[in-house]
Design a protein around this ligand. Structure first.
Ligand SMILES: *Cc1c(COP(=O)(O)O)cnc(C)c1O
Length: 455
């Protein structure tokens, strides 16, 4: 009896022992961050007030591989790494495509997304450096719950600023964070000057990731022995996520396949970089022709309609400026269900790779990504997060293109998270209540006008 191989599960000893750092292989060095006051290139020293020293060193490092501490590998094992890699044969059959579709399961840990891959090492480095308390922001709550889990494992206090709209609409993620022992405040809050400023404008302000970042940073710098932790965008975060792609490479080899297309959704870019960069390493060395496809929402079209330039990482203009594709730090995104994809910018290394043509990006509306998610649920049985559904939609589009051309290509996508705490999005889809939004050219132009001009 012969069966098509459906999954590859790696044994414990195949868990990666080092992180891969794309900065070693980029076509040119990343442009330096700029000081928010002077707009001049800044040294990494001021970052030490916010981040773990080890993370700041990783942030600017061009060392190709960085060892993963044993305690971090232990925690990865405890939370289900290595994760399996599946083949989606029922989705292939449904689409009648000659393409083979594979996906990496980053939804199988206790909080249901890839985010613990960086929350774990960040909490570990802070513990080792003597930090007693961390602050952070969260949108829909995936990052907050991942860091709450990690700080519980490494015994650190955690304060989370959660965008008010999600705080009110996603009570279960808030509860999950509190179960792990974190304290959670709706943002904007009256605990910080940044928060008070927005509350004065509008007492029922729905909040934004940019505002929540401003609050978490202010709380950090105004309290002793408190540091801050960010869940995406930064180089060290993307580096931690490289465990995904390193495992996936081994698993694709075991399948006897090499991906022609590598696909993921992008909010800040970390889950897709995690899967893609170990493969991109080969492409940057001329050893692979694989295509890399990043999917974003049409409501926040940073890489498809934004501008590649320096911008603030937060709304209140307190953080350094980084060179990235941005729709402008003041851009107000309507409340789409893919809360994790509402950030105005994207990771600098990924933006450079898109700018130089090593990667391309596509954008989709809420209704089309939820249709893709429904199809995955009904074929493969997995209810994915609305964020992830962007990657699934891009995968389906590529598979259908393969069908038109009669090409048996191999597609690999990242299943970045499950949607069991996002059933509201599916409920709205099923009752035809999902509204599609695309900013018109004027809205985007006005948001970009507020981005400082850097010579
Ligand atoms: C946070 C999140 C994302 C987007 O963040 P990236 O840094 O781009 O990975 C995507 N999928 C899920 C499930 C998330 O929780």
């Amino acid at each position: 009896m012969s069966h098509t191989q459906l999954k590859v599960v790696l044994s414990q000893d195949k868990l990666p022992v080092e992180y891969y750092n794309i900065q070693h292989d980029l076509p040119e060095p990343l442009p330096p961050p700029l000081d928010p006051g002077t707009l001049q290139p800044m040294s990494p020293e001021p970052l030490l007030r916010l981040f773990a020293k080890e993370c700041v060193m990783q942030e600017v490092s061009t060392q190709e591989f960085i060892p993963i501490p044993d305690e971090v590998r232990q925690a990865y094992l405890r939370l289900g790494r290595p994760t399996p890699l599946y083949r989606a044969t029922r989705l292939e059959q449904q689409l009648k495509t000659p393409a083979k579709i594979f996906f990496k399961r980053e939804d199988l840990n206790p909080v249901g997304s890839h985010k613990p891959n960086t929350a774990i090492p960040q909490a570990y480095y802070h513990r080792k450096e003597g930090t007693e308390r961390l602050t952070t922001e969260t949108g829909a709550g995936q990052w907050g719950s991942a860091l709450a889990l990690a700080t519980a494992l490494f015994d650190i206090d955690l304060t989370i600023y959660m965008t008010r709209i999600s705080y009110e609409q996603k009570p279960y993620r808030r509860t999950l964070m509190e179960v792990y022992g974190a304290e959670v405040f709706a943002s904007p809050s009256s605990r910080t000057n940044a928060g008070k400023k927005f509350l004065e404008q509008d007492p029922a302000h729905p909040g934004s990731l940019g505002i929540a970042i401003s609050e978490a940073v202010e709380d950090c710098v105004t309290h002793p022995n408190t540091k801050y932790s960010l869940g995406s965008v930064l180089n060290h975060v993307l580096m931690h996520q490289s465990v995904i792609g390193q495992e996936a490479k081994l698993q694709m080899e075991e399948f006897g396949e090499e991906p022609d297309y590598i696909v993921g959704c992008i909010g800040g870019g970390s889950n897709f970089a995690g899967l893609a960069y170990p493969f991109m390493r080969d492409k940057l060395r001329g050893k692979s022709e694989a295509e890399f496809v990043a999917a974003e929402p049409k409501a926040v079209p940073s890489t498809t309609r934004g501008s590649y330039r320096y911008d603030f990482a937060d709304t209140s203009e307190t953080t350094p400026l980084i060179k990235m594709y941005t729709v402008g730090h003041t851009y107000q995104c309507p409340p789409i269900h893919a809360g994790g994809l509402r950030y105005h910018g994207k990771a600098p290394s990924m933006c450079m790779l898109i700018d130089k043509g090593y990667m391309r990006s596509v954008a989709y509306s809420q209704n089309e990504i939820m249709d893709a998610g429904m199809l995955l649920a009904q074929t493969e049985g997995i209810v994915a997060a609305p964020e992830t559904n962007h990657a699934i939609k891009a995968t389906i589009d590529i598979a259908l293109e393969c069908k038109r051309r009669n090409e048996a290509k191999t597609i690999l996508f990242n299943l970045s998270g499950h949607g069991l705490l996002d059933l509201k999005a599916y409920e709205d889809k099923l009752s035809n209540r999902l509204v599609d939004y695309e900013p018109d050219a004027g809205v985007l132009a006005r948001a970009l006008e507020k981005v400082p001009v850097v010579r």
